[in-house]
Design a binder for this molecule. Sequence first.
Ligand SMILES: Nc1ncnc2c1ncn2[C@@H]1O[C@H](COP(=O)(O)OP(=O)(O)OP(=O)(O)O)[C@@H](O)[C@H]1O
Length: 691
Amino acid sequence: MARTATRSPRQPVNTSTDLVPVGRGGFISHLAGKAMPYTSPWIGAYTLPPMAGFATNQMWGDSALSAGLASAGLGVAGVVLSAVTWHAAGGSNKFRRYRRTQATASVAAGMGWLTCATAAGPFGSPMIDLWLLGGGVFAASWNIRQLMRNAHDETEPVEEKNSLGKIAEAIGLEKLTVKSAKGNGKGMVQAPIELAAGQTMDDVQAALPKLAAAMQVPTSGATIARNQENAGRGTLNIRVADLLKDGVQFIPPVRLGQLPNEPIPLGLYADGETFIINPFDADILQHLLVMGVTGAGKSEFARGLIAHLATRRKMTIFLADCSKGRQSMGHIADGVDWFLTDGREVKHLLKALPGAIKVRGDVLADEGLDQWTPKSSLNAMVLWLEEAADLADFSELDRIARAARSVGIWLVVSLQRATWTNVSTDVRANLQASACFGVDEAGDAGFGLPDRVIEAGAVPDWGSDRPGYAFATGMGIDQSRWAMEWRSGLTDRAYLAALVAAGAEHRDPLDEATATALGAAYAQRAHRGTNRLNPAPTGQLATAAHVLEEAGADLTTLPSAQEEAITVEIEDAYSEVMGLIPNDPEPDADYSGIDLDGSLPEVPADAGMQFERRDRLGTAEARQVIHEQIDQWLQARQLTFQPADLGPAAVSAGRGKPWLQGELKRLVTEGVLRRDGYGEYTILQSPLIPA
Ligand SMILES: Nc1ncnc2c1ncn2[C@@H]1O[C@H](COP(=O)(O)OP(=O)(O)OP(=O)(O)O)[C@@H](O)[C@H]1O
């Protein structure tokens, strides 16, 4: 009996101990015990009012004046008590709101009855009828409350929680606040979360598998994005539908001839955003580890990425693949400057590489650069090693990985399983970026992805069941996207081959400094990719143009490319014109502050004006002036310039813009200059040296 009365409302009913006792006496006492807590409102309702009414009537009811005054006083007291009850019984949940109304109504009714009973007496009609009826209603209404309260804990705002909040509670995260979840219309639900005191994000992360199970999504479908500025907040990402399952189209470059440090779109994230990397634009160049079981989609990813890079200028690609070689990359081989499929050749490359790294370091130092940027005369480079563990020994790879980063050589190591047995810890530590495709066991993903990404729920343990799906970190990817799965674009052989062929005229050959430093191994390489000096046969280019046209990819007339080209042309023309106007020759002169609205200064009567006639130089001499200026820049290792920079030289030669433009064109044809996008020219050799 006592146990029943004292059990917390939140305690579940213990079916074994709360069974009804056998026997008549036991049954009656059991019933009495159950009913006891519900009797107090009845006892109160049928004893307190008549006693209070009798007392106040005896004290003040004998004269009309004292009864009237007492009634007025009790009336005021009733109003005050009701107000106090209303405020004291506050609460935000549904139960508390009902309780407040009920308590206030009970106090108001009781005090109203007492006010009347003081004058009229409690036992006359209609006071006695009101008491009997009202008392019953009052007691019954409180009994209903008691019953309801035993079913629900009033202290809990149960009904206030949204469904995600209820799930969080069900998996043991009772106090986690899950704000209203929003779907993005692309199969992704995101809900901001707030931790309670004593909770950490690790607690939430530990519960993610349970959450995924409760939501009936794959384990990797529930992830957390931590708020970098507030450890108590984050976002719960739940992928409720897989919109990538029908495949993702390969995203072609926005235009041909981009620089290495422009964004590379390679697929789509689960929330529909484009998956973009930009390794050469990140603060530091982070070498990449690509891992995944056979059939997980590593080669497809490689093909898409290499094809993009092969359409860029100032970019050189070396690819070593001794296991599958031409079978998997043959159609894009023209975009690869050095394609190594023979183990011995790879050894030669790896031997020559430290020397080339040293030379590149020296060149960058002379150019005043801490690390590679497009301003350098050197090309950016990618060294892609398929199944690297079979190609190189660890100490060699480690040395290369350490030194290559700052000289603009991006190392990409692709492996099926990057366990400690086939990649040394030193090499692994130097591969700071990762693209982890399906692995067989959750533990394997830990070798490829940072711990915090795994803990956030990013575990691609789907083997080869979901080819092309992966998680990626580093390479300029925003950290909030590291635990978001994405799928790479599916490529088409003919399309990629055409893209690479179309990119040839934009590809620069490897810079002289690196090529020389790589020595005979490079000079005698078995494979030579195409580039602007070593183009593909005309027939191949025509086929490529046809394939691209068929695929509807006119890379030169994409709206964004067009817009960009027009902007560049306008900027180009503007800077050329501005460059031809000499700087203000007399900044301190009387007339320097005059504008169109100002009045002209007085001119002294004796002031004369003399024009100095500038001689127009002959063509050979005018050219010499321009050539000397270009040579000066070359000697100072300033390898790029804009036409406007030649303005002063042209003016001093007595020549204008049309002549200068013709001259630049001639120098381009002679191979002295190269005209880049953005109206810039690169100096390829000194114009003073006869061709
Ligand atoms: N992004 C993708 N979308 C759809 N299907 C894909 C995608 N990537 C790969 N696949 C499919 O998976 C198959 C295997 O992919 P891929 O050859 O790239 O795997 P892999 O990881 O390189 O395997 P291995 O290590 O054996 O070379 C492909 O032939 C293709 O059918």
